[in-house]
Design a binder for this molecule. Sequence first.
Ligand SMILES: Nc1ncnc2c1ncn2[C@@H]1O[C@H](COP(=O)(O)OP(=O)(O)OP(=O)(O)O)[C@@H](O)[C@H]1O
Length: 307
Amino acid sequence: MHSEPAVEVTGLVKRYGPKTAVDGLDLTIARGTVTAVLGPNGAGKTTTIETCEGFRRPDAGTVRVLGLDPVADARALRPRVGVMLQSGGVYPGARAVEMLRHTAKLHAHPLDVDALVERLGLGSCGRTAYRRLSGGQQQRLALAMAVVGRPELVFLDEPTAGLDPQARRATWELVRDLRRDGVTVVLTTHHLDEAEQLADRVAIVDGGKVIAEGSVEELCRGGSESSLHFDGPPGLDLGSLHKVLPDGASATEPSPGSYRVEAPLDPALLATVTAWCAESGVLPERLTVRRRSLEDVFLELTGRELR
Ligand SMILES: Nc1ncnc2c1ncn2[C@@H]1O[C@H](COP(=O)(O)OP(=O)(O)OP(=O)(O)O)[C@@H](O)[C@H]1O
């Protein structure tokens, strides 16, 4: 049974009036994995996740979650799927930790509430009404509510947006523990480092479609895997550098005084570039070797920075 994917989205289309938010999206998520769904603003991530959560009906295509239909089988899925919404979903007057205890009681094998409260730094919020919590506290509570029932699958929509570094790390640790316990985690994020840190698989969504999918390593493979960077005076004669670089290499000045050399990286390349700098009377500052990152891939695929 567990060879069946946790989530299977096929040809999903979702429109809001004339606007097509999701446009034939395909995504398969294996059980027990952490998948990060990345994409620029308005790419269709939230709409896709909300359709998987059963909050929206597809206009076309199919969505199966744990083998079931998220709308028709909502009752059966509720105890098995944890949902963390971007905002709200909680009665504003409800007291924070009481609400968490109440949610825990609705489940057969909940997590230990006190341990979870401690872990997410919610101890001081005990009897505080939800609406009086800070944004970060509300968010951590939403995360706690999503996982307290020990679900098989958790959807986290931008779980660390706006959190301070400490709360962010606590959230990452929690996601790692969920994964270790075999929980499938699907998260949307604008933080590429979050995807790099947590995700087994990354799906990049743009224009309502998945335009690339794979592990971070797979996505970063191909193209030029690494590049050499240095700063110097603006307007250096890169023509003379090209002459000494190996065939197929490129040297560019992406912004004034900032240089990038793309070529198969080996010690000889470094020697060639520094020798050229010496001949040109240039002291290369901040000389670094950079591996191709998810950010580079994202930029190449979407033509946009993430935010
Ligand atoms: N309820 C709605 N009514 C009308 N248009 C909507 C609605 N919800 C989303 N949209 C539009 O659909 C498109 C996809 O939105 P969605 O929220 O799914 O994208 P997203 O990738 O989650 O974006 P973000 O990163 O900004 O949260 C956007 O153009 C958005 O403006």
